[in-house]
Design a binder for this molecule. Structure first.
Ligand code: GLY
Length: 399
């Protein structure tokens, strides 16, 4: 199943050996996932020359990610500083997606469909109401729904569900389409993508570029480390500033149902305390997610996770039992010690971090890319990113 999951529209990457025309650029981005590709595009739009380097540019976490843009329904109690950033990035999405489509002619799957959150039983409903009250206290807008109102909104839902919540401003994007459009937009601006492993080239007290596995040096004014879950292990970065990011495995499923989409909204649920989500695409695909597993750099599919996802998704949407199981995908979220991203100067001149986005990499791509491009061109990081400077974690350790 995993073999069936390669995107067909990936731009061919340049080989690492032999054909490098020019070994220096303003910016080298280590990592061509959603964050790295967005950073590259925004930097290139500002007239910077950019090279991205990634050993697996066709298989980042974006390939597994469902693409929920959900600051309200994915709110967590201990993550209120992140909420402002999530809302800021969500507000950038309409123009980010439109600009990308205008530049490339490619769709992104950005869809303003709203999200319903569903409780499976009374305990799930109590938890959902608590979260609604917490969000309302923070100024977020969502509406509690009775079971009857839920069914009126989404007739395909199972009968007898006790209630839920509607978040009209939580939407979705298709990360695979988004990533393909970012690569195309970048390529049209001259960004070169090298398929290789890179280490950061540090000379004296600054990063001066990267070295590829074949010992080719790519010189750069700025190196951006956007290697997702792999960011901590990139060679060359001094240990004291290496981002403390760990892999958190997530598994999603792609299902297909013939006929018109059965859902108008993204559906999130809580089934006996366990979160589940189902995203309806406009072409009959349903993305179901996601497991959350702390098992290191293991991307093998786990049968139990597939079972649990199907069980919980089907309990909310019985028709999914009839769907074709088209793909099982696994990816690694880059988890950080406080679940928030690390964006900004690393503490080593010439090295900027854009990593640790954990569950929100797709949502946070626009604000991260805009912020890093602004930092590189003006020397100033936008204020909204100030709480997410990598140095906050160094302070937390010594405090
Ligand atoms: N944001 C969805 C997930 O991490 O599963």
């Amino acid at each position: 199943l995993e073999g069936a999951s390669r995107p067909s529209n990936l731009i061919r990457v340049m080989p690492a050996r032999g054909s490098m025309r020019n070994n220096s650029s303003d910016v080298v981005v280590v990592g061509a996932g959603a964050i790295g590709a967005a950073v590259a595009w925004r930097c290139a739009q500002r007239g910077l020359s950019v090279i991205t380097v990634d050993p697996e540019p066709e298989r980042g976490a974006w390939h597994t990610a469902a693409g929920m843009l959900a600051p309200i329904t994915e709110l967590h109690y201990a993550e209120t500083p992140l909420l402002r950033l999530n809302l800021d990035s969500l507000a950038r999405y309409p123009s980010f997606a439109a600009e990308l489509t205008e530049a490339t002619g490619l769709p992104t799957g950005y869809l303003e469909c709203g999200t319903v959150e569903i409780a499976w039983d009374g305990a799930d409903l109590a938890a959902l109401r608590d979260l609604h009250a917490f969000g309302t206290g923070l100024g977020l807008r969502s509406t509690l729904l009775t079971g009857r109102e839920l069914r009126a909104l989404e007739p395909a839902l199972a009968a007898g569900l006790p209630g839920g919540m509607l978040a009209e401003s939580d939407h979705q994007v298709d990360p695979r389409l988004l990533h393909a459009a970012l690569l195309a937009g970048s390529a049209s601006l001259g960004v070169r993508t090298v398929s290789a492993t890179a280490s950061v080239d540090v000379q004296g007290d600054r990063a001066v570029g990267v070295m590829l596995e074949d010992r080719t040096r790519l010189a750069a004014g700025t190196v951006v480390l956007a290697a997702g879950a792999w960011s901590r292990g990139i060679a060359g970065v001094p240990d004291s500033i290496a981002p403390r990011v760990r892999p958190v495995k997530g598994q999603t499923l792609r299902l297909r149902l013939a006929g018109a989409p059965r859902l108008a909204h993204v559906v999130r649920g809580r089934v006996k305390g366990v979160p589940i989500y189902v995203l309806p695409r406009t072409d009959g695909e349903y993305v179901v997610g996601a497991s959350s597993e702390e098992v290191g750099f293991d991307r093998t599919p786990r049968a139990g996770a597939v079972y649990e996802l199907l069980r919980d998704a089907q309990s909310l949407l019985p028709e999914l039992g009839e769907a074709v199981l088209a793909q099982v995908c696994t990816g690694l979220r880059p988890g950080s010690p406080d679940n928030a991203p690390l964006v900004g100067p690393s503490g080593l001149d010439g090295l900027v971090l854009a990593t640790g986005h954990f569950r929100n990499g797709i949502l946070l791509s626009p604000v991260t890319a805009d912020g890093v491009a602004e930092l590189i061109t003006t020397g100033a990081l936008p204020e909204v990113l100030a709480p997410f400077l990598p140095t906050r974690l160094a302070k937390a350790v010594t405090a």
